[in-house]
Design a protein around this ligand. Structure first.
Ligand SMILES: [Fe+2]
Length: 238
């Protein structure tokens, strides 16, 4: 029995059965380089400089978003993991329902931001239309790129309160499917890989666009990184 439990534990930690790409992708989504080594979340560096998204996102807006807001979710998730560890060690009871709710919120915030930064590209290097396997999948599912763009923009514009629009991909049906995520963790389809995500929390655009979320969504289409999205889909499809 003890041996079975150890094997179960080991297989979970080592992701045994995954392909090399699957393991790497899982690690990337978690923002860690070595799963066995890292016990806590780490905020990834931006793949460009703070000024590089101007004029669509200002240097100050991007700096605060990445340095303060994303870091807040990393710190929040790590603090809860530490609290859980301490409670287990000391034999203390926690309010598990509220603790796990807060953990889900903070991990969701960290993972979504970690996907968001690389699916943006410096001004002049992003935008346009998707190509390759992703371009074909979008055209087939939505009728045209313009049809997809309209639906995704509507999803982003109409998220209740704070949230995200995401383009995900379902391997069971081989369809790209739009998620409208509330907060960081509601309405998510479990295990669907996210190809593109757009943060429409006010903290993402308020300095530049005040309450005009629609103008920020319009700007997103100028800096979306379709190369990154296409790579994510190719990796998923193997
Ligand atoms: Fe954000």
């Amino acid at each position: 029995m003890r041996r079975q439990l150890l094997l179960l534990h080991h297989s979970h930690i080592s992701l045994r059965g995954c392909t090399a790409d699957c393991k790497q992708s899982f690690k990337e989504q978690l923002g860690v380089t070595t799963l066995e080594k890292s016990k806590f979340y780490v905020k990834p560096k931006l793949p460009y400089n703070y000024k590089d998204l101007e004029p669509y996102v200002s240097k100050e807006q991007l700096r605060i978003h990445h340095e303060k807001h994303h870091q807040g979710y990393v710190n929040g998730a790590n603090a809860i993991l530490e609290k859980l560890e301490r409670a287990r060690k000391d034999g203390d009871d926690l309010d598990i329902k509220s603790t796990l709710k807060a953990l889900s919120f903070n991990i969701g915030g960290h993972i979504l931001h970690s996907l968001f930064w690389p699916n943006l590209a410096p001004s002049g290097k992003g935008g346009g239309e998707p190509h390759g396997v992703l371009g074909n999948a979008i055209a087939k599912e939505f009728g045209s790129f313009e049809g997809f763009k309209k639906e995704f923009s509507q999803a982003a514009a109409s998220v209740e309160g704070s949230g995200w629009a995401a383009l995900s991909f379902c391997r069971q049906t081989n369809r790209p499917i739009i998620m409208q995520i509330e907060k960081h963790n509601t309405n998510i389809y479990p295990t669907f890989r996210i190809l593109i995500v757009l943060d429409v929390w006010e903290h993402a655009y308020y300095l530049d666009y005040k309450n005009a979320r629609g103008r920020f969504v319009d700007a997103f289409w100028k800096i979306v990184n379709w190369d990154e999205a296409n790579k994510r889909l190719e990796k998923l499809l193997g």
